[in-house]
Design a binder for this molecule. Structure first.
Ligand code: PMP
Length: 404
């Protein structure tokens, strides 16, 4: 792939030869349509956005002000790659409460869980190495693995999450390197991996010597049912790296997440993080640590769960009331998304332009599939709009479908 660059006033544009990996990193047509979906007049359920009115803006501002007042020069300085000690200590305490005791050396701070995905991929994947994902899976993880020229193989998924029973067949065909999974309230489907499958997955990884990348950005946002043990908490042999983030509980703009795993793996991640960004922003780390000391995080998360639970229920009720026969959808116990299958013959990508004409938007399901795309699927976000707009949006969407 080449890039013709004429941004500067040069007399003739220069052609630059880009890295081979760039030809694998496609921009999707959907992304272009979704730019339109960001127009303020469109009721969009497309983005993966938390509710902005619930960001604890004042508490975050106060924490930053205190950092400037009390530890200004240190917060402006370079810092360690592993991350700010007191923040890592808080995360250790938080994980211990969730059945995952970890020492300080087992936790590093990352720029969101997205960076955790990238660092693990960089540590683990040579070109052609096999990464297993459930189908469909988180788009930006697929793009990341593509960037490392990995071979992405898929297993199916149903209402209990990843079809762990399909892994053995893949393992018979390829040496597997990495299994990427979002076990709680998956993006895009909203489904949760069952307890039996959690045990089976960890056993499989231990037996085959495969690393599980447990991406858990939504685990805190459970509004129904009982929390299930994490994959990391079921493993005692270092085959799981778990990623966490404050993006969905505090604010994504902070760009603070973490990785937890074996000491050896954290050392490897630290080496690659050093060459990637030296360390996560010192100011944001210190402000987050201060915030967590003086702010009732658990109460805040309980409130988020209540609001998202109500919004999810509103969307489920509205789908039930308005969608044409033949439409089916998932029933998440938490998180921010649900996944709908449109009636036979309808394609999300064909419906989207018509939906935008009616000022409502969603993400067509196709790009989430690493193989065998199912065009009748769409992803709907329920966290970003209040109930009355969710009801209005689902009515608009239903009328677009009814007109087909
Ligand atoms: N993993 C999944 C499954 C996600 O949905 C997201 C956010 N869209 C991320 C990782 C990245 O989140 P962040 O980097 O903000 O923590």
């Amino acid at each position: 792939m080449t890039l013709t660059s004429s941004a500067m006033p040069t007399p003739s544009p220069v052609s630059l030869q880009l890295a081979r990996r760039m030809s694998r990193m496609k921009t999707s047509a959907v992304r272009e349509i979704l730019k339109v979906a960001e127009r303020p007049d469109i009721l969009s359920f497309a983005g993966g956005l938390p509710a902005p009115e619930l960001f604890p803006v004042e508490a975050i501002a106060q924490a930053h002000a205190e950092v400037f007042a009390k530890e200004g020069p240190a917060a402006m300085q370079y810092s360690t790659t592993e991350g700010y000690g007191p923040l890592r200590e808080w995360i250790c305490g938080h994980l211990a409460q969730r059945g995952l005791p970890a020492t300080l050396e087992q936790v590093i701070i990352t720029a969101g869980s997205q960076q955790g995905i990238d660092l693990v991929a960089k540590v683990m994947l040579d070109p052609g190495d096999v990464v297993v994902v459930e189908n469909p899976s988180y788009l930006a993880a697929l793009q990341n693995f593509d960037g490392y020229e990995a071979r992405i193989e898929v297993v199916g998924s149903d209402d209990e999450g990843m079809r762990v029973d399909e892994l053995a067949e893949l393992a018979a065909r390829f040496p597997l390197k990495l299994i990427y999974i979002v076990p709680n309230f998956q993006n895009p489907k909203g489904t949760t991996l069952s307890l039996a499958r959690r045990h089976a997955l960890v056993r499989f990884a231990q037996r085959h010597g495969v690393l599980i990348l447990e991406d858990n950005p939504y685990g805190e946002l459970r509004f129904r049912g009982e929390a299930l043990p994490s994959l990391a908490s079921l493993d005692d042999s270092g085959v799981v790296v778990q990623l966490g983030t404050f993006s969905k509980t505090l604010a994504p703009g902070l760009r603070i997440g973490w990785a937890v795993g074996s000491r050896e793996m954290m050392r490897a991640l630290t080496v690659v993080k050093q060459s990637t960004d030296l360390h996560t922003a010192t100011l944001a780390q210190r402000a987050t640590a201060r915030l967590l000391k003086q702010f009732d995080y658990d109460r805040h998360v309980t409130r988020l769960c209540a609001v998202y639970g109500e919004r999810c229920q509103t969307m489920l009720d509205a789908l039930e009331a308005h969608m044409p026969e033949g439409t089916r959808w998932t029933h998440p116990d938490g998180g921010m998304f649900l996944w709908a299958e449109l009636p036979r013959g309808m394609r999300g990508e064909d419906i989207l332009p018509r939906a935008i004409e009616q000022k409502v938007a969603f993400v067509p399901g196709n790009p989430f599939f690493a193989a065998h795309p199912r065009s009748e699927c769409i992803r709907l976000n329920f966290s970003n709009r209040p109930p009355e707009l969710i009801e209005e949006g689902m009515q608009r969407l239903a009328s677009v479908l009814a007109a087909q």
